[in-house]
Design a protein around this ligand. Structure first.
Ligand SMILES: CC(C)(COP(=O)(O)OP(=O)(O)OC[C@H]1O[C@@H](n2cnc3c(N)ncnc32)[C@H](O)[C@@H]1OP(=O)(O)O)[C@@H](O)C(=O)NCCC(=O)NCCS
Length: 189
């Protein structure tokens, strides 16, 4: 579905393809090298990103994007498992990244809303963003979209010579189909 950005231009949320991988790598690596948005030290190689893409495809995880022009990826968003244990099956940890050249155009808001729609349609129940406590842009984005701050883990990371606090921002989704089957008190597991 097409939506208007902050400048009134029309944009559509797309499913990314392998042709977007280098742009995704560029966006990630800018954040890894210059910010605490990612708790990583080394830029990702093309091989690392190819493995990342293969894992997303194998698990059926969405990689949504917005192009600023034909073939120019401005932003992407994805999710992965929150924790790798079976009972977390209805929870995901998501992330949204906008190329620094295209911030404050509404792309982050569009992609986060698209992720919420996709998660709801997929019968997920809980989305959580794990956000560095100094990341005011991401915290503002999540607050605006209705996510709630549900905890802070102090000094969980270390980067650029200092300790980093990490905040958890969650949204509970109404199940698209009931988790309890009719006539049974047993949850789907
Ligand atoms: C966080 C990020 C995704 C926001 O994307 P964006 O496209 O620039 O944001 P939008 O234009 O859609 O803004 C939506 C809302 O987010 C909030 N927001 C965005 N940037 C903000 C900033 N710099 N400071 C405070 N609030 C901000 C505002 O509430 C904004 O609504 P408004 O424009 O009506 O005030 C973007 O800054 C980014 O990619 N940052 C680096 C990567 C990152 O930190 N990702 C999140 C990892 S958890």
């Amino acid at each position: 579905m097409a939506e208007l950005d902050a400048l009134g231009r029309r944009h559509t949320v797309i499913h990314c393809g392998p042709e977007h991988l280098e742009a995704i790598r560029g966006i990630y690596n800018h954040e890894i090298l210059h910010t605490t948005a990612l708790y990583e030290y080394e830029p990702r190689s093309s091989e690392t990103m190819a493995a990342w893409w293969a894992a997303k495809q194998a698990a059926g995880l969405p990689v949504l994007g917005i192009e600023a022009g034909p073939g120019v990826l401005a932003a992407f968003a994805t999710w992965g498992p929150f924790r790798a244990f079976p009972a977390y099956q209805y929870s995901v940890e998501h992330s949204v990244y906008v190329d620094a050249r295209f911030r404050r155009h509404g792309f982050g808001r569009m992609l986060l809303s698209a992720l919420v729609e996709e998660a709801t349609a997929g019968n997920l129940h809980m989305m959580v963003g794990v956000i560095d406590a100094t990341n005011t842009a991401s915290i503002g984005l999540h607050r605006q979209r209705g996510f709630a701050h549900c905890g802070t883990v102090c000094e969980a990371g270390f980067k650029f010579g200092r300790w980093l606090d990490v905040e958890f921002w969650q949204l509970l989704l109404p199940p698209a189909t009931p988790l309890y089957t009719r006539g049974s008190s047993k949850p789907l597991r």
